[in-house]
Design a protein around this ligand. Sequence first.
Ligand code: NDP
Ligand code: MG
Length: 387
Amino acid sequence: MSRRKISILGATGSIGTSTLDLVEREPDAFEVVALTAHSDVAGLADAARRTRAAIAVIGDERKYGALREALAGSGIEAAAGADAVAATATLGADWTMAAIVGFAGLRPTLAALEAGGTVALANKESLVAAGALVTETARKCGATLLPVDSEHNAVFQCFDHAAPESIRKVTLTASGGPFRDWTIEQMAAATPAQAVKHPNWSMGAKISVDSATLMNKGLELIEAFHLFPLPADAFDAIVHPQSVVHALVAYVDGSVLAQLGTPDMRTPIAHSLAWPRRMETPCRALDLATTGRLDFMAPDLERFPALGIALEVMAAGGARPTILNASNEIAVAAFLAGRIGFMDIPLIVRKALERYDPARPGCLDDVFAIDAEARAITREAMESITA
Ligand code: NDP
Ligand code: MG
């Protein structure tokens, strides 16, 4: 069997390192073409050396010298800059992990799709900001888009792709995050350290804050809408604190198929890495007798207004999801930097959506223009709160 040629965008992050962990367990199955990072030179160089990658790319151009130094004598090529990150798509990998966080992942993800191979998509923000464009690019270029997000990977496994008309509903589960049982007053005083301490999953800072506000579930509903051919109102979310059931697909005959597993991203990553075969992972086996019980409850939109905002945005469509994503990225970064409170995040996102209502983006340039303007408007809205 020839080795699957793979590249990892965002190799130093939480998803990137989990992907590398699996790749390194089966060196005979995978050949690493390119690894990318934004500023973590040491992490990137170390991963490139361990996996004998052909090329390592650092997004921050100022780190080019440091990367070259870190790779000296290894024979691994070094490159730097956002264009070089996107250009890794042209290097001949047949499988790419898109695991850059945020809107920054859009261009490299599109480039990987344009190359026509298989793209394992973790970078949900690209689907939220430019969903139609991303799926249209995949279709036109004959690329295969495999969802890595645990809920979407679960749906993918339960979904009868040949008969979507037989599906009535898709339900994504949400752990409820670290503040599931907190009052609004407690959440208003929450610190970044408390917000990134997720009860079930170990993840990057941005998605951890999104999980605490439940914006993550809102982004994921929009992501699901673009990945699976059902109307917007066919998708909903339910809180499930144990994170054992990842998603449910309900059929017209009353059957409901669900995918279960212990909360470890290496399971959905492995599913997409080996697809269409299956590979072994070191993930703890699910033992339901030990888990004991599985709880489910409706999300509380009063304490978690971000989810309600995302649902409105999803129903409205057009440019709204692009604005939602941009304003959320700005607000989350400001919260992590200690400039705004936790409950200010949905407040600021709502303000940005109220102040800006452009027409639906028709092309990638439109998406970039709307994203930039939404960021500027969000910063202004933030000033009115922090002044
Ligand atoms: P991390 O913050 O842990 O990692 C982000 C990666 O992207 C790092 O390699 C980082 O490089 C790189 N990066 C950051 N900014 C840029 C930029 N401007 N240009 C190029 N590269 C950049 O994030 P996660 O791994 O947690 O998440 C990645 C994506 O996967 C997100 O979209 C998230 O929503 C999604 N996801 C994550 C899950 C998880 O369990 N973590 C679960 C489901 C989805 P550097 O290290 O140098 O900064
Ligand atoms: Mg998820």
